[in-house]
Design a binder for this molecule. Structure first.
Ligand code: GN1
Ligand code: MG
Length: 361
């Protein structure tokens, strides 16, 4: 495998001699490696992109490149360092932004940004505030990007599309798990209309479509040693959709006092202080371009994305675990229950979540 990875890496326009290619992180979707090189040459990130999920990959890489180049231009204009404050895609030897191996797998490389910190959790309100500024600044940097991005993930945070998938999976019940999760299915069905009512506002344009990141976990932000946000990474899911997805997904991740797949539900709840701190940082960067209706729905977006995640984990469980990597047969069910606990905690604190936004905007 190592030789194979080194051979793959050699197809990209790298500086220096490759010394090692080693696994990095634990994403659920792609496989990620670090390419180490001799001497002072830079290190790189190599990823096998999941072509079953992102399709077509060449269009995805074009989307990413458009966003990266746009951010670089702005960083440069502001006197920043475009190699540290934006991702740098490294083309393959043939100039393409990806390489296809003999097994038809797609690979891509970007520069590894040194001396940064990535956090697994937003442990303090200060960190959540910085994260909010980071995501807000990302959205504000791309707000004037005059390019159409190819929709490589149709229906990604579109609940109407998710219900179509959901109804089809339930009708099929391919591995006979449906009967055992009747309670969990009830959680989804009880809230179906409420979620569709929100999404109608996006569909009819009342809530505008903008470029959004769509995977705003804290570990997708690189911080510098001082704790300030340097760069937002993992741009696979950049799409034209509502920016509320980004706020909601960040709150699903940041405010959770437990783990996404916590087996002990007592650990899981929504931390309102973390919520307020993120919202403060986020609104400082975005208040000038968000519409009043977008602001009105910020609190709701946290429930929306958490609900969607409950649905996606449960749907994958019923479907026989085809989408998310799982560590045990019940893993997707454990994730479903833990995310549902978080959703309930948000529902209980919803008034306070709404009031916090009103006070900040
Ligand atoms: C996936 O692979 P990763 O961790 O970046 C997923 C997100 C989910 C997340 C759940 C393309 O992201 O939407 O919220 O898992 N990405 C895709 O942790 O489906
Ligand atoms: Mg991701």
């Amino acid at each position: 495998m190592t030789t194979h990875l080194t051979e793959i890496a050699a197809n990209f326009q790298l500086e220096g001699q490759i010394t090692e290619v080693a696994p990095l992180g634990e994403g659920f979707i792609n496989d990620t490696y670090i390419i180490k090189t001799a001497g002072d040459s830079p290190r790189y990130i190599l990823q096998r992109k999941n072509k079953n999920i992102f399709s077509p990959i060449p269009d995805m890489m074009d989307n990413i490149q458009k966003v990266c180049l746009h951010i670089k231009e702005k960083v440069e204009a502001a006197g920043g360092d475009p190699l540290r404050e934006a991702m740098t895609i490294i083309p393959a030897n043939d100039g393409k932004l990806y390489f296809v191996d003999e097994e038809e797998e797609f690979w891509a490389v970007c520069l590894f940004i040194e001396d940064t910190i990535a956090y697994a959790a937003a442990e303090t309100p200060e960190l959540a505030y910085s994260g909010g500024k980071g995501i807000g600044r990302f959205q504000s940097l791309v707000a004037d990007l005059d390019e159409t991005l190819v929709n490589i993930l149709p229906g990604f945070h579109d609940i109407r599309y998710r219900f179509k998938q959901w109804d089809a999976v339930l009708a099929k019940d391919p591995v006979g798990r449906k009967a055992s999760v009747a309670t969990e299915i009830g959680w989804i069905e009880e809230r179906r209309q409420e979620m569709l009512d929100f999404w109608k506002l996006v569909e009819d344009g009342s809530i505008p479509t903008r470029i959004s990141h769509n995977d705003t976990k804290i570990n997708n932000i690189l911080f510098d040693q001082k704790g300030d946000v340097l760069c937002v990474i993992d741009l696979d899911t950049v799409l034209s959709s509502t920016v509320l997805n980004d706020f909601g997904d960040a709150m699903r991740f940041y405010t959770n006092t437990g783990l996404e797949d916590d087996e002990n539900l007592d650990n899981v709840s929504m931390d309102i202080e973390i919520y307020k701190a993120f919202a403060k940082g986020y609104l400082e960067e975005t208040s000038h371009f968000l519409t009043p209706l977008e602001k009105d729905y910020l609190a709701f977006s946290a429930k929306y994305i958490t609900y969607e995640q409950v649905l996606r984990f449960l749907m994958d469980y019923i479907d026989g675990d085809n989408y998310y990597k799982v560590k045990s047969p019940e893993h997707n069910l454990v994730r479903t229950r833990a995310q549902y606990k978080l959703l309930q905690s948000m529902e209980e604190q919803y008034e306070a979540m709404q009031n916090a936004i009103k006070e900040l905007s």
